[in-house]
Unconditional design. Structure first.
Ligand code: DOR
Ligand code: ZN
Length: 424
């Protein structure tokens, strides 16, 4: 049976299409794109944008080991609710994903339980120890799409250089969490006015910027591509901008919370506004937005980091770092980037789909004839109020609870199958 998506506005960043189009899906693939098409089952996309399913290259699905926070099944349902059809999952599970058997475990569970495409990243160093490089060729052969020690940086510059050289040789992307952990040690939020006011130990921006600079320079030395994760500071954006100008092979992401919130969200000791790197200041938010505008930042990735209510219901300094993001990503992007006129809707869709796919060299984020029918259909005008009890994620740790946002996912399709339907 074929599906025909009718009356929608089609935006496809890979060929810059932005026009009213129907999409015909047959056998899970895009069969035809045009006007006046017919098919068996009609999906009415009136008033909606039809675009590639989103690609989120920074998600923590917590399996194996931390299933009380999230599982591959619940995380993938949260993704589907957010219009996301491909995720790259981080390796800081328990045990950490540092051998081929564990990569295979995640892939097996994903194929049994996930309603979207779940692609595992594996560790760059064994047990995220920062001391011994993993067998990246084996990890890649087992299906890992990237290597990363996310959650940690690699403190030895020499080892980092070798990690980059090896990843480059194997041809696997390296995703870089940039943090001088000695400088950041003991901090729980951005170092500055609000931290002083609240009496919370701070994390200086330099802890991130020093390592963005070092890690890019080591990638240049290794002749490798490096992808910088969760950029939060004006200085960090500028370091990446300069590196791109001199020809470094660097891509970078930031997360919706870094362009929609400042450190002020921590006031009231809200542990759902605690993440690493932390929320920064107004000038940083402006610089992140400019980074998206001028192409310094290539994609939006959520750093979806679920933690249970019990873990978060503690003193601010004791709470774990991280917030969920999959179910609010599109709406925050429309509300804070598109609606105020910072970027076009087309650019936003590129940042949410093709940008991440290209940074990770994943075949996704494009709707052309023959491509898998991974599709997001959303109403860019519809407003809704964030109610974390409605989340498909196992966790509720969102600082956006109660906020009214614009842009609502109506349907998500993965391989031509409806995996989320807001009208049901
Ligand atoms: O806030 C964060 N949470 N930052 C990280 O780097 C790790 C993540 C997690 O795993 O919870
Ligand atoms: Zn990280």
């Amino acid at each position: 049976m074929s599906i025909i998506i009718k009356h929608g506005y089609f935006i496809n960043p890979s060929d810059n299409t932005s026009a009213p189009r129907d999409l015909l899906i047959e056998k899970g693939k895009v069969a035809e794109i045009g006007t006046g098409l017919t098919g068996d089952e009609v999906l009415d996309a009136s008033g909606c944008v039809v675009c590639p399913g989103f690609v989120d290259i920074h998600c923590h699905f917590r399996e194996p080991g931390f299933e009380s926070k999230e599982t591959i099944a619940t995380g993938s349902r949260a993704a589907a609710r957010g219009g996301v059809t491909t995720v790259v999952t981080m390796a800081n599970t328990s045990p950490a994903i540092d051998n081929a058997g564990l990569v295979e475990l995640v892939i097996r569970r994903a194929s049994a339980e996930a309603c979207i495409n779940v692609l595992p990243a594996a560790c760059a160093t064994k047990g995220l120890s920062g001391t011994e490089i993993t067998e990246m060729a084996d990890l890649k052969a087992a299906g890992a799409v990237a290597v990363t020690d996310d959650g940690h940086d690699i403190s030895s510059s020499k080892l980092m250089r070798h990690v980059l050289e090896y990843a480059n040789m194997v041809g696997i992307p390296f995703l870089s969490h940039c943090e001088d952990e000695q400088l950041a040690a003991g901090g729980s939020m951005n170092e500055g006015y609000m931290a002083t006011l609240l009496g919370i130990p701070g994390i200086p921006k330099a802890a991130e910027e020093i390592r963005i600079d070092r890690n890019i320079r080591l990638a240049e030395l290794a002749g490798a591509h490096i992808h910088i994760q969760h950029v939060t500071t004006a200085g960090g954006v500028d370091i990446i901008r300069q590196a791109k100008k001199r020809g470094a092979r660097v891509t970078a992401e930031s997360a919706p919370h870094y362009f929609s919130l400042t450190e002020d969200a921590v006031s009231g000791f809200n542990t759902n506004a605690k993440m690493n790197p932390p929320l920064r200041e107004k000038e940083d938010v402006q610089a992140i937005i400019e980074g998206f505008r001028d192409g310094t930042l290539d994609c939006i990735a959520t750093d979806h980091a679920p933690h249970t209510p019990t873990e978060k219901r503690v003193e601010f300094t004791d709470a774990p770092f991280g917030i969920v993001g999959l179910e609010t990503s599109l709406a925050l992007t429309i509300t804070h980037l598109v609606k105020p006129g910072h970027i076009s809707l087309e650019h936003a869709i590129r940042l949410l789909s093709l940008g991440g796919a290209r940074a990770c060299q994943i075949d996704a984020g494009s709707l052309h004839i023959g491509a898998g029918a991974d599709i997001a259909i959303f109403d860019p005008e519809a407003s809704w109020t964030v109610n974390t009890l409605e989340f498909a994620s196992k966790s509720r740790n969102s600082p956006f609870l109660g906020q009214t946002l614009q842009g609502r996912v109506m349907y998500t399709l993965h391989n031509g199958k409806i995996v989320y339907n807001a009208t049901q």
